[in-house]
Design a binder for this molecule. Structure first.
Ligand code: C5P
Length: 219
């Protein structure tokens, strides 16, 4: 059933992994399935928002009513996100963006030579952080997937990237994080207030996050 609580709002969601080419046949990527971001895009759209989903390669179907912009690399996602965010009331940064990409992409397949091989990487744009610098009073939500010192690291990211709130999910938790259909989150806001939620389907987690966004937009 369609709702209208977010009617008139335009929101961006980034989702999925990025893929950083090494040569014509190889790349560096990560285990992000895109499921959490897609569930959020679907939920925001169901509430009447105009949603643009900037997505890395996932194999997931485009959620109903959502406009998807397909990208592969961190650089492509950066450009698409900056372009899209310019016309939006806010964004949810769900994508697992590579922090580093090969400094050079080989034109032909790299041959096997010697027992060791060193690949030089350079930093990519931190998309969330760059949007954080230009967001003004728009809402910006980030994700943190941590293996240690979870809260502490999440709060640091919240501040560094100028996010309004950050959704923390733990890799240590069974049923939470990459690939699975459930998640267990804690939402931390700028005031340092942390709200813990139970393990639930990603579609229900998306509702909790959408509720927070609604409250923030209506403030
Ligand atoms: O620093 P870290 O990657 O853990 O931060 C996670 C948050 O920042 C997520 O919301 C992620 O989508 C976003 N991010 C980004 N661009 C990057 C790295 C992370 O938008 N290059």
């Amino acid at each position: 059933q369609v709702e209208t609580t977010l009617k008139g709002r335009k929101l961006m969601v980034t989702a999925g992994p990025t893929l950083e080419p090494i040569d014509p046949v190889r790349y560096i990527s990560n285990h992000s399935s895109g499921k959490m971001g897609y569930a959020i895009a679907a939920e925001l759209s169901r509430r009447g928002a105009e949603v643009v989903l900037v997505s890395g390669r996932t194999g997931l179907p485009v959620p109903q009513g959502v406009k998807r912009v397909d990208v592969l690399t961190a650089e492509e996602m950066y450009r698409a996100a900056v372009d899209t965010f310019a016309g939006c009331d806010g964004a949810v940064m769900c994508a697992a963006v590579a922090d580093y990409t090969p400094a050079e992409v080989a034109v032909t397949k790299i041959k096997k030579e010697g027992a060791e091989w060193t690949l030089t990487l350079r930093q990519t744009h931190d998309i969330a952080a760059e949007l954080g610098c230009v967001k003004g009073d728009r809402v910006l939500v980030g994700f943190a997937l941590e293996t240690d010192h979870e809260r502490e690291n999440a709060v640091k990211k919240l501040q560094k990237k100028h996010l309004d709130f950050i959704v923390l999910n733990s890799l240590a938790e069974a049923g939470a994080g990459f690939g699975v259909d459930t998640n267990r989150i804690t939402i931390i806001d700028r005031e340092g207030h942390a709200e813990e939620y139970g393990l639930k389907p990603k579609s229900d987690v998306a509702r909790d996050i959408a509720d927070k966004i609604e409250k923030y937009l209506d403030r």
